[in-house]
Design a protein around this ligand. Structure first.
Ligand code: MN
Ligand code: MN
Length: 451
């Protein structure tokens, strides 16, 4: 259900397009979680933020931040004494990773094995141009950045699908597109006078010459195959942006902009930005929402704010804090309308979606926002003329999904899920309405300032 007017009727085209233009640059650059964090760190630095370890006192600094493992981040500004309005999004996205020892040769081809990450429909990743992006770390600690396929002059990679002539069995997609068939083609030219695996050796020789890396170095690498195509404007009326990785880098960008633009006032709450890795696989590990790095950071912020060292002080601050779990939701898909609950699904152009709960089945795994918090959120949005709607991920008992909300809630934050709708979520080319893109940023900003 949508509340408030269609965004296109209340905002100017210039406002909407201006925001979209800047966003497209970000989503094109931020092909991996590391690159997303790199972008955000440079924006924070430009705005005058300091790494926490460089700020002995928090007086007279714009704000402080911490980068965790290069893959997640927390930033804060304002006085934490009265609580924090925190906005959290994730910067990982579904993709194909290279396996640690990936290279093999078969009948004149050099190929590499992959391992999918997150909830992908495997068939969508065949026969599209892919870029190889990430880092290789040598055993002396030297880090080599890789971005093959990022420039238009670069070669790209592909997982070849079977030609229709030899594919007459009409197998189920889950049987036809199996993980062990997701091998990426690297080359076909043999190394001269080489008897064993000459094509693979030739590929390795090129990698050695260009990047100074050996086959063994790939064991210590974070390398991701991601769509090589650029973000594009979609539709005759140019109302959508199509791009890879918008779940959830769109919210990471909206949250960053809202966080930087939000004003803090003396006696008010602090505002925080939390960007997390690993959401797509359950928020595991030391860079995901289940990790403790951001709580440790907040404890230090409390101590350096002169509020004392006792653990209960942070507990009290968190219990006065609100977290927006900023993540995308399913946008109504007219061609697959039967999976949606038409009363509770986001439509394009109607603004930010409030998702009261996620989870599956009988709300399993959900962190449901309390009625009081939903009331406060819609009150603020209504007062500031922000268009919003309600959305849930599908009909009851049709699929479902989770976000970082339940992990923030577990720490004691009063937590709500919100975000723009995406069409073709988790595909290599996800669509967002430009109007929702802009309206969600406005919603995040007024909520950071007023919750
Ligand atoms: Mn997400
Ligand atoms: Mn997702």
């Amino acid at each position: 259900m949508n509340f408030g007017r269609l965004v296109w009727e209340k905002r100017t085209k210039e406002e909407i397009e201006g925001f979209a233009e800047e966003y497209v640059k970000f989503v094109d650059f931020a092909k991996t979680e590391r690159l997303a964090i790199e972008y955000v760190e440079s924006a924070l630095k430009k705005a005058g933020f300091l790494p926490l370890e460089k700020a002995e006192s928090l007086k007279d600094v714009v704000g402080v931040y911490l980068i965790n493992r290069g893959k997640s981040l927390i930033a804060i500004k304002g006085n934490v004494e009265n609580g924090i309005n925190l906005i959290a999004a994730h910067v990982d996205a579904p993709r194909l990773d290279l396996r640690p020892y990936p290279f093999f040769e078969d009948n004149g081809y050099a190929l590499a094995e992959t391992h999918y990450y997150g909830g992908v429909k495997k068939y969508q990743w065949f026969n599209i141009p892919l870029a190889l992006v990430g880092v290789v770390v040598k055993d002396n600690g030297e880090k080599v950045n890789i971005c093959i396929g990022c420039d238009e002059k670069d070669p790209v990679f592909v997982l070849p699908d079977l030609l229709p002539h030899l594919d007459k069995e009409d197998k189920k997609v889950s049987e036809q597109f199996r993980a062990d068939k997701m091998n990426v083609v690297l080359g076909s030219v043999p190394l001269k006078d080489e008897k064993n695996d000459p094509v693979k050796k030739h590929v390795l020789k090129i990698l050695k010459e260009r990047y100074g890396i050996d086959e063994e170095d790939f064991v210590s690498a974070d390398l991701e195959l991601v769509p090589a195509f650029k973000p594009r404007v979609v539709g005759i009326d140019e109302s959508f942006i199509g791009a890879y990785g918008q779940d959830d880098r769109v919210c990471a960008y909206q949250a960053l902009r809202a966080f930087l633009d939000a004003e803090t006032v003396p006696g008010g709450k602090a505002v925080g930005l939390l960007l997390l890795d690993r959401e797509e696989i359950g928020s595991e590990g030391d860079a995901g929402a289940q990790a403790r790095f951001y709580i440790a950071f907040l404890r230090k912020v409390v101590a350096r704010s002169g509020l004392g060292n006792e653990e209960t002080i942070l507990d009290d601050i968190i219990s006065n804090s609100t977290a927006i779990s900023a993540d995308v939701t399913a946008l109504y898909d007219p061609s697959f309308s039967d999976v949606h609950d038409k009363l509770n699904v986001a439509k394009p152009g109607y603004g930010v979606a409030i998702v009261k709960y996620t989870g599956r089945g009988g709300k399993s795994g959900a962190s449901e926002a309390h009625a009081e918090l939903v009331a406060k959120v819609r009150g603020i949005l209504n007062k500031h003329g922000i268009s919003w709607q309600t959305s849930l991920l599908g009909k009851v008992d049709v699929g479902g999904g989770g976000t970082v909300a339940k992990f923030l809630a577990k720490e004691g934050f009063n937590t709500i899920d919100m975000g723009p709708g995406l069409l073709s979520m988790h595909s290599p080319f996800e669509l967002i309405s430009k109007a929702d893109l802009y309206e969600t940023y406005l919603a995040f900003k007024v909520l950071l300032e007023n919750l």
